[in-house]
Design a protein around this ligand. Sequence first.
Ligand code: 3HC
Length: 310
Amino acid sequence: MRFDRMIADEVRIEPRDWMPEGYRRTLIRQIAQHAHSEIIGMQPEGNWITRAPSLRRKAILMAKVQDEAGHGLYLYSAAETLGVDREELLDLLHQGKQKYSSIFNYPTLTWADMGAIGWLVDGAAIMNQVPLCRCSYGPYGRAMVRICKEESFHQRQGFEILHTLSHGTPAQKAMAQDAVDRFWWPSLMMFGPPDSASTHSAQSTAWGIKRFGNDELRQRFVDMTVPQADVLGLRIPDPDLRWDEATGHYAFGAIDWDELDRIIRGDGPCNAQRMERRRTAHEEGAWVRDSADAYARKHAAAATTTSDAA
Ligand code: 3HC
């Protein structure tokens, strides 16, 4: 079959190519979930824009939050090439029928959380998303290239916030450590359940959507991040963390999978608040969408009149 040959030859699948229904549905699910994560992910950081400690920090944070909105936009556009409408996807999110990343259901309690989110959450996002630049579906892979470039910048600005705090006063260092303590384990959960419990990995890997399993990417993230924590002078909150000569990787402690399950089911510290704010923002933005539609209709009508007259 042509589709299978294209996948085997690493030829990109484009919107006009025939694709199995399961491939299309898997992509819609993953891309929509990813897009929803980007826009819900604006909330925990948006929470700190008014309280950023300097004009420079405020400008950077505003730019970062806007980047996340842009990522949502590229991703909803990529999903639309599969024959769904973004309004439909947003409705599914608002009805709780589609998910967004577990990580955005944790509160951002201090300014240091902006550093921990950049360093750990964006760091985990990059580890997971760089392989998606090679996703077999063209529009998703191409959207990911720009997203990953921006995420790298986000990761570095988070590292820089934490570096400043960890080299500041003892109180600032303690605040940085507390943020890392709270965000470390949820960042490891972002990669999804262990491969043994992952429902989609095998098929998604066979289709070239996912390139690596959840566990492999999680391990790569740990290996990359632990030496960075040494540079920051911050401790990873895991008493079982140790370098394993035999495997050439860091061994780490057990992840609380019940916590991930609970959060995915909607029972995390901020799930209700995030969804309620999202629904409200959508309702309050209705006039903008209506105006844009009216403007587009007006221009389409004007274009028809002009072409009739010609
Ligand atoms: N949060 C919420 N749900 C999760 C999850 C998480 N961290 N990890 C897995 N799940 C869900 C899956 O969606 C699936 O449920 P479903 O069947 O109802 O959709 C179930 O748990 C089983 O997991 P699988 O491993 O079988 O699912 P996938 O093959 O889809 O793998 C994934 C999960 C690795 C997250 C994959 O979907 C992926 O790579 N997605 C693209 C990246 C993405 O969405 N990242 C979210 C963060 S975006 C971000 O961080 C923004 C940045 O600006 C900070």
